[in-house]
Design a protein around this ligand. Sequence first.
Ligand code: HXC
Length: 257
Amino acid sequence: MSGLVEVTREGRVALLRLNRPKQLNALNAALAAELVATVRALDADTSVGCMVVTGSDRAFAAGADIAEMADMSAEAMSEADYFGEWMDFANARTPKIAAVQGYALGGGCELMMMCDFAIAGQGAKFGQPEIKLGVVAGIGGTQRMTKLIGRARAMDMHLTGRMMEAAEALSAGLVARVVPDDEVLAEAMKAAAEIAGYARPVVRLAREAVMRAEEASLAEGLLYERRLFHQLFGTAAQREGMAAFLEKRPPRFNEAE
Ligand code: HXC
């Protein structure tokens, strides 16, 4: 690991900080590889209940590294399956919260959308400016943004390449919360600690059930959710959660780890 992603732990929460501040955290292949490998390892660690992904004050990430990509051929892109490994980031079962200050552009906005939700600062700016570079989004921007904010707004963003301010991103549904810039990380860590305090297997299933809404028909999704709900009555988490409520005490989840 070359320090392009700094990892720190606070209890059951892992904080991942992108660390190329001078380049506004432009995502080059080395950073991508390190980030994906880090997330894979943390996802397999049962002592991690939630991850927070953040950047610097100035930029969450200003996109894929244009200098690195500029001279690549279509053949080289395809051979490397450039950024194909990001699927592992998106599919990690441990929830990931994006804590966003400054720019989240291109691949940076896509990285944010690969997280399960985003908490942004009032000064954050979002965009998919690839059209200005003669390309299109390549790690999910046209797909995830359309699902999050709808076709009209996604078209606006992808066809004009304009930036969206935090207030608009909140009302559009691109981010879940907007807070003052200097409170973003604390707010994200607090939400992550809350999530990490719940039973890890149940958190993962809740996440999967919400993700399922993007893939399945309503009838399939409803059935999937109901079956999950039924099966959770065979778990220690359900017994502990409901017993704690009835006994008027806080539940004790994840204590075996
Ligand atoms: C490489 C980048 C970069 C990027 C910024 N930098 N963004 N380097 N790739 N995406 C570098 C700049 O070259 C500069 O380096 C330093 O970071 C600071 O940036 P400035 O431009 O000087 O800062 P500022 O004037 O404040 O402007 C900020 C900015 C601008 C508006 C965010 O940097 C910008 O427009 N960046 C590009 C955004 C973009 O187009 N992203 C989409 C990329 S394509 P030096 O050495 O000069 O100090 C993409 C495709 C994803 O993401 C799909 C992949 C498969």
